[in-house]
Design a protein around this ligand. Structure first.
Ligand code: NAD
Ligand code: UDP
Length: 324
């Protein structure tokens, strides 16, 4: 049985990845310090003792575990959470990744690093291709995350050059879906929860900044496929949905779809929520869209779930979970 470690395994993406790996028959170890993750996300796996184990631990702390593969996802991903303790965020990315690379080296394991579109910063090349080096503020409020993830990429490539380690780097673009924490703070969960609770939707700035939203199931498939690529494929590889929306368009879509969910698809009820405008946070990227040519070519991967369908499923999830 393949032994696979998923750090950040109790988080939004990590827990879905654990589901996928358990389903294919691996023995999965989920390591998480529960900073932004929750045991609720992996509760259903805890009973499968031969296939799943939870290790409550910080990714920076020493770990002795014989594994064949490591998916390194441990890191708060939402701006409000990664900015709460920026020094810790930077350490989690850099020291946590170093710790996992050393573990991979010890056991000859393969490591996949969850990097991010944030390595492109506020991009001056659009859409973003992997060969673009980015436009990142090294000393701003997002730097703990952006530079932390860039440092983690550097470590992966240096462990490859120095120690011949098998590494893969995926650059994930905004991904959403069930199991995001209702107070996660990222835009999709914020808008959906606000609309479901009849609160106004908080658009930052004028809402003209863009993002491209990927549904979690597509992303998990992309991550999984990247791990299966030949050892000489390291990436970095963009994973995301290439359809781009302004944040204002997203808000309007949510306002359309949430009442529709209340009327069982009839869509006749108007939303009680309005759109309100709040200050744009510093260094907020103005545009973001992945060029996924590499993923299409190397992985034969293209996202299948478009925004309306993914939002409907996400709304249904939050409707249920907010009632519990
Ligand atoms: P998330 O916050 O739900 O998951 C992160 C998980 O890591 C949480 O369970 C958290 O408790 C855990 N964690 C944080 N610090 C830790 C530490 N020091 N030790 C152990 N565990 C720790 O967010 P997510 O969206 O699931 O993100 C997962 C990974 O994917 C992150 O590395 C993130 O940077 C990356 N990513 C996500 C997106 C996205 O849009 N979802 C985009 C780009 C990159
Ligand atoms: N955003 C917003 N309202 C919110 C949360 C976020 O308008 O309640 C905006 C935010 O300013 C950014 C975009 O939505 O321009 C995406 O934000 P998120 O935190 O989801 O991810 P990131 O900025 O890291 O892409």
């Amino acid at each position: 049985m393949k032994r696979v470690l998923v750090t950040g395994g109790a988080g939004f993406l990590g827990s879905h990845l654990c589901d996928r790996l358990v389903a294919e028959g691996s023995k999965v170890y989920a390591l998480d310090n529960l900073h932004t993750g929750s045991v609720k996300n992996i509760e259903h796996l805890l009973a499968l003792k031969d296939h799943f184990e939870f290790i409550e631990q910080d990714v920076c702390e020493p770990l002795e575990l014989e594994v064949d593969e490591i998916y390194n996802l441990a890191c708060p991903a939402s701006p409000i959470h990664y900015q709460e303790n920026p020094i810790r965020t930077f350490e989690t990315s850099v020291l946590g990744t170093r710790n996992m690379l050393l573990l991979a080296k010890k056991h000859g394991a393969k490591l996949l690093q969850a990097s991010t579109s944030e390595v492109y910063g506020d991009p001056q090349v659009h859409p973003q291709v992997e060969s673009y080096w980015g436009h990142v503020n090294p000393i701003g409020i997002r730097s703990c995350y952006d530079e932390g993830k860039r440092g983690a990429e550097t470590l992966c490539f240096d462990f490859r050059r120095v120690h011949g380690l098998r590494v893969k780097v995926v650059r994930i673009f905004n991904t959403y879906g069930p199991r995001m924490h209702p107070q996660d703070g990222r835009v999709v969960s914020n808008f959906v929860v606000q609309a479901l609770q009849g609160q106004d939707l908080t658009v930052y700035g004028e809402g003209q900044q863009t993002r491209s939203f990927c549904y979690y199931s597509d992303l998990i498939e992309g991550i999984y496929k990247t791990m299966q690529t030949p050892d000489d494929f390291l990436g970095p590889i963009n994973l995301g949905n290439p359809h781009e929306f302004t944040i204002l368009e997203l808000a309007k879509k949510v306002l359309e779809l949430v009442p529709e969910s209340a009327t069982g698809g009839g869509g006749s009820r108007a939303s009680v929520s309005r759109i309100i405008y709040r200050e744009l946070p510093a260094d907020d990227p103005t545009q973001r869209r992945p060029d996924i040519g590499l993923a299409q070519g190397v992985l034969g991967w293209t996202p299948q779930v478009e925004l309306d369908e993914g939002l409907r499923a996400t709304i249904a999830h939050f409707k249920k979970s907010l009632l519990q």
